[in-house]
Design a protein around this ligand. Structure first.
Ligand SMILES: Cc1cc2nc3c(=O)[nH]c(=O)nc-3n(C[C@H](O)[C@H](O)[C@H](O)COP(=O)(O)OP(=O)(O)OC[C@H]3O[C@@H](n4cnc5c(N)ncnc54)[C@H](O)[C@@H]3O)c2cc1C
Length: 219
């Protein structure tokens, strides 16, 4: 167990030098990611579902339909949430050495069904604000029926790790003189121009949150 990891279960063993445990690093990766993956066992079958999420201090919130089988199974059960930011494709001289540059987070714990109405609403707001800060204040808030149809699962960041790979391929010295290109192709998520939905009344301007979201992922 390394000095800063929160439990032996989240100590990075494969390439331990890439393990990061400082809360600031974990937070930064979570906050930059748009999507997480929820791993949960449903009727003895592991499922890994991509889903939106938000972080509020040291808690992750995932939301979805009350009937969502993954979220339903996550309540009170051991779960795993992962987030991956892909920073580049790494081309080595050998087929074996190809890799990716990335920043990722793994969180282990027990899912908690959020029942408190205040926390439930704050979680829904956080999920919307995670994607587009300011959007919650621009839109119609959820009706009681919509709230009842939405399940929220919380997962505390008590047991989590980050792993970061950066830089060129790591080829053995015996491969380095080979006449084969090696290097990295950087990757990033880039937003296109906003497309106004049909039936938005004429004269409704693009709001600040949309402009900000587009700028956040500007190429
Ligand atoms: C985009 C991307 C592509 C990858 N491609 C490959 C691939 O093709 N092949 C491959 O073997 N590996 C790949 N990895 C790395 C992979 O995620 C694992 O770290 C690696 O496979 C070691 O697995 P393990 O079970 O031996 O982990 P261990 O080191 O035994 O895991 C122990 C603990 O370390 C932590 N941990 C492990 N991996 C991560 C991680 N990525 N992020 C945060 N915490 C982590 C977890 O808490 C885990 O419980 C990739 C990672 C990313 C993000």
């Amino acid at each position: 167990m390394t000095r800063q990891s929160s439990s032996p279960r989240v100590v990075v063993r494969r390439h331990p030098e890439r393990g990061r445990y400082e809360r600031a690093t974990v937070h930064a990766i979570l906050d930059e990611a748009v999507v997480c993956h929820l791993g949960v066992v449903v009727d003895s079958q592991p499922l890994v579902m991509p889903t939106a999420f938000a972080r509020v201090e040291d808690t992750l919130y995932l939301h979805g339909a009350a009937a969502n089988q993954g979220l339903s199974a996550a309540a009170g059960a051991p779960i795993c949430v992962t987030v991956s930011l892909i920073d580049g494709l790494v081309f080595s001289r050998s087929a074996f050495g190809h890799s990716m540059n990335y920043r990722s987070v793994v969180v282990l714990g027990t899912g908690r069904a959020v029942e408190d109405p205040g926390e439930h609403e704050r979680a829904l707001e956080a999920v919307v604000e995670h994607i587009a800060p300011g959007r919650w204040g621009e839109v119609r808030t959820p009706s009681a029926k919509e709230v009842a149809l939405t399940r929220v699962i919380a997962l505390d960041l008590d047991e989590c790790s980050a792993k970061v790979r950066s830089g060129p391929p790591v080829d053995p010295s015996s491969d380095r003189a080979l006449p084969i290109w090696a290097g990295e192709v950087p990757l990033r998520l880039v937003a296109g121009s906003p497309v106004t939905a049909p039936e938005v009344p004429a004269g409704v301007a693009e709001p600040l949150s949309v402009t900000a979201a587009q700028r956040r992922f500007a190429g």
